[in-house]
Write a protein that binds this ligand. Structure first.
Ligand code: CTP
Ligand code: CA
Length: 223
């Protein structure tokens, strides 16, 4: 009985996971997006499924696939679509994990036709996207909420701030300092923060990181 081999330890629980980037349309052929691979979210979904959970995976555009028939995969494109999809399920989930790299801003207007390169300069007006996880936090009744944070400065302080501001139960801090960590890679180095404590983990594959995260969630749920 080793870590990660829990026998159906999440049986009876519903876990919702957001994953991947979001794409915010500029015109019919262009978007603003980011390099998130979606790997962390898919690894979490597969690990939660192994543990017997009902898994709802809401993913932005990503090359990731899963063979796991137990994972309910919902593909979305924009932050707004991701928000709407999350709230189709939100009341009925036990655990919500936000691993998506949601675009913070979207073009104010989506051009109906492809934008032509008529002018020397082009200024885009962007507007803030809805904060999906913060909205989940505001509407929390019984859900256990897990956020992610990617910081380049004052890492712990900023992550703790997000934990509080978004009404989370725990936050996973991704380290950018170490080679091989971060959101394009197959490996990750994390630190988990709660209201009362923190735990640091070694650099490892995202599949193993998913085991650490879900072990931590389960330990918190048993408290
Ligand atoms: N998140 C979200 N919806 C958004 C932005 C972020 O659900 N519109 C979630 C992410 O999935 C992550 C957490 O919020 O779990 C923190 O995301 P992050 O980008 O680190 O923080 P922001 O709140 O967007 O603040 P900033 O980018 O300014 O640091
Ligand atoms: Ca952000």
């Amino acid at each position: 009985f080793t870590s990660g081999n829990h026998i159906k330890s999440l049986e009876g629980k519903t876990v919702l996971i957001t994953a991947g980037p979001t794409y915010e349309a500029l015109d019919p052929v262009r978007f603003i997006g980011n390099h998130s691979s979606g790997k962390m979210g898919f690894s979490l979904a597969e690990e939660a499924s192994k543990r017997g959970a009902r898994v709802i995976l809401i993913s932005g555009p990503s090359a990731q696939t899963t063979e796991d028939k137990n994972i309910e995969l919902h593909k979305v494109t924009s932050a707004r679509e991701m928000l709407n999809k999350v709230f189709e399920f939100y009341d009925h989930i036990d655990i919500g994990i936000a691993s998506a790299a949601v675009a913070d801003y979207a073009p104010k207007e989506v051009a109906k036709e492809k934008i032509k390169k008529n002018d020397e300069n082009l200024t885009l007006e962007l507007v803030k996207n809805p904060d999906i996880l913060k909205t989940m936090g505001e509407k929390k009744t019984h859900q256990f909420l897990v956020g992610f944070a990617l910081e380049t400065q004052n890492e712990e302080e900023n992550a703790k701030g997000k934990l509080e501001k978004k009404n989370l139960d725990m936050i996973v801090l991704n380290s950018l300092r170490d080679e091989g960590a971060g959101f394009k890679n197959d490996t990750n180095k994390i630190k988990i923060l709660t209201q009362t404590g923190k735990k640091e983990f070694d650099l490892k594959s995202k599949d193993k990181v998913a085991i650490d995260i879900l072990d931590f969630v389960e330990a918190q749920l048993l408290k």
